[in-house]
Structures are given as structure tokens and as C-alpha cells.
Design a protein around this ligand. Structure first.
Ligand SMILES: [Zn+2]
Ligand SMILES: [Zn+2]
Ligand SMILES: [Zn+2]
Ligand SMILES: [Zn+2]
Length: 338
């Protein structure tokens, strides 16, 4: 396809709608994904995506909008996952796996009953944003706007709960409510991203841009903003790539968006390695320190940073963070106590 053909294609009404939907998806998915990564729930979006397949199938079977049935089922699935997770059973991950397989298998079965077969579902599994109707674009846009408004509007509360639940509880925040809210917003993001990236790849758009921006950004807010920018670029860029290839082959936009996001991660990774190396050189731990570091073996869920909310204390040539009444400093993968 020549450049003029591509520009012509991008100017068409359906492509303009597709580009708008892709951009909004690319902004909203990493925004909520940043909180999932912070809470070490990177694959939550993937689980919700599998459950949402049943929602889409119910829409196809009953002749209602698959977007709305997917939203309802995805939210119910997200709440169920959050409740199972909160119970903290030892085989909570088995319960989740059963839910994911049930969602996918049930969805494929119901789609078959609806007479649509695999073709009807494929649009939702791998995305097909170019066939999106204008009603669906406005639904997608409205849902994405809700996700972005709530995520950015409640940023301080959501961050406090995601980074340090004990600290947030002591500070009087409704930890349970905000955890559920993040799960519900993740479910809505999955539905928003459904037509662009597809349900089976949606988690990649929630996680990969976050992993990329973590390579260079030091604070949580910087990570969030950079992840949104990278997500928007990947979504729009991936869509343009799949459009450019459309003359010779049929390439769903989902895979090209995800591969573009992964390419950005691969390109940033050496920079991240270099930055971490340089930080170590600038803040070495001296062996003759007056307060020697003791390695603490316990698991540390929270990542201390520039604006993590904990008092930072200058100590020699590094920074200690006051957390739960003790002082410690990040050291490679673990924390050292004082
Ligand atoms: Zn150490
Ligand atoms: Zn902290
Ligand atoms: Zn120290
Ligand atoms: Zn700590």
C-alpha cells in the first residue's frame, strides 16, 4: 500500500472512529494497569478478559449489545475475583483458574449456540476495531472517560491503598472499597479494550506499557503518566500498522498493538539497565557505615519512592524510608534494615 493510499484510508470515517477508540483504550488500560502492577496483580486483567468472553457470548445469544453484556459480566467476575482473593485461601489461584477456564469455555459454547461460531467471537477475542459502529465508539469513549476520570481523580487514595494497605487503613481509608473500585475499573477497561486489542490480549495493554515506563520513571505518578503515553502510542501505532498491511493481508489490530508495545519495552530495557547501574554508582552502600545495613528476609510488598508518602531520611549517601515504625533502604531486590 502506498503512502497516499494509507493517508486516504486513515481519513475515512470508519478509520477515524477506530483511531479514536484505539487512543482512548491506549490511555485507559495502562492507567488502571499501573495500580494492578503496583499491587502485583498484573494478570488480573487477563482473568477478567477470559470471564468477559461469556459476557460477549450472552450478548450474541440474546441479540443485545455485546459491549454492555460484557461490561456486566466482567464487573461481576472482577468482584468475584476480588472476594476470592481477599479470603486469601491457599488455593485461591486454583479458584481463579477455574473461573477463567469457565469463562472462556462457556463463552465459546454459548457463541456456538447463538449460531455465530468462532467467527462471531474472533472479533472480540483479538479485536477488530475497524468494524466498530459509531454507537460502539461513543460507548467505548464514555466508558474510557469514566475510567480515566475516576483513576486520575482518586489517584491519591488509590495509590495509598495499592502501595501500602496497612498504612492506608490506619489513615482511615476504606481499603476494601478502593480495592473493589480498582477491580471494577479494570473490568470496565477490559471491555473498553475489547474491540481494539481483543479479550485475550487486553492484559498486555494494561501491563506492558507500565513495565516499559518503570524502566525509566522513578516515581509512581511519572510511571502512570508515561505508561498512558506509551499505551496511546502503541494503540494508535498498532492500528495504523495493521491498516497499512490490510491491502496484502488480514492482520487484526490487537496483535500488532501488543507487538508494538513489546518492541517499546525491548528498546527501553537497556536504558533501564544503564539507569539502575548508574544509580548504584551514585549511591553505593559503604562497608564502613556507622549504622550497618542488615538484610531483612521478609517480603516487602510496597515500593518506596520519591512520593510514596513515607518520610524519607537522608542517611550517608542514600535515603532510608520510615515504614511501620522502622527505617530501611531499598537494596537491589530486597530492603536493608537499620
Ligand atoms: Zn542488602
Ligand atoms: Zn513508602
Ligand atoms: Zn541507611
Ligand atoms: Zn517499607
Amino acid at each position: 500500500m502506498s503512502l497516499t493510499d494509507l493517508v486516504d484510508l486513515l481519513g475515512r470515517d470508519f478509520m477515524q472512529r477506530a483511531l479514536l477508540a484505539a487512543l482512548l483504550t491506549g490511555l485507559a488500560a495502562p492507567a488502571i494497569g499501573t495500580f494492578l502492577v503496583q499491587r502485583r496483580l498484573a494478570l488480573l486483567g487477563d482473568g477478567i478478559g477470559h470471564v468477559a468472553v461469556t459476557g460477549v457470548a450472552l450478548g450474541l445469544l440474546t441479540g443485545t449489545s455485546p459491549t454492555w453484556t460484557a461490561v456486566v459480566v466482567a464487573i461481576l467476575g472482577a468482584i468475584l475475583i476480588e472476594v476470592i482473593r481477599e479470603k486469601g485461601h491457599t488455593n485461591g489461584d486454583v479458584a481463579l483458574a477455574l473461573l477463567f477456564y469457565g469463562g472462556l469455555a462457556g463463552g465459546v459454547l454459548i457463541t456456538g449456540l447463538a449460531g455465530d461460531g468462532a467467527a462471531g467471537l474472533q472479533v472480540y477475542l483479538f479485536g477488530s476495531v475497524t468494524s466498530i459502529s459509531s454507537t460502539e465508539v461513543w460507548t467505548t469513549a464514555a466508558l474510557a472517560a469514566v475510567v480515566l476520570a475516576l483513576t486520575l481523580g482518586l489517584l491519591p487514595q488509590l495509590f495509598a491503598v495499592a502501595s501500602d494497605p496497612e498504612f492506608a487503613r490506619v489513615a482511615g481509608l476504606q481499603v476494601r472499597f478502593y480495592n473493589l473500585l480498582v477491580a471494577v475499573l479494570a473490568a470496565v477497561s477490559v471491555t473498553v479494550a475489547m474491540r481494539t486489542v481483543g479479550l485475550l490480549l487486553v492484559s498486555a495493554l494494561m501491563v506492558v506499557p507500565v513495565a516499559t515506563s518503570q524502566q525509566v520513571a522513578r516515581s509512581f505518578r511519572a510511571t502512570l503518566v508515561a505508561a498512558m503515553a506509551l499505551g496511546g502510542i502503541a494503540a494508535v501505532g498498532g492500528l495504523v500498522i495493521s491498516a497499512a498491511l490490510s491491502a496484502r493481508a488480514t492482520v487484526a489490530p490487537g496483535p500488532s498493538i501488543v507487538l508494538l508495545a513489546l518492541a517499546m519495552f525491548a528498546a527501553t530495557w537497556p536504558l533501564g539497565v544503564w539507569l539502575r547501574h548508574r544509580r548504584r554508582l551514585h549511591a553505593p552502600f559503604p562497608s564502613d557505615s556507622d549504622a550497618p545495613h542488615l538484610t531483612s528476609g521478609e517480603h516487602h510488598d510496597h515500593v518506596h519512592g520519591d512520593d510514596c508518602g513515607h518520610p524519607a531520611v537522608e542517611h550517608g549517601d542514600h535515603v532510608d524510608y520510615v515504614h511501620d515504625g522502622h527505617r530501611h533502604a531499598p537494596h537491589g531486590e530486597h530492603y536493608d534494615e537499620h
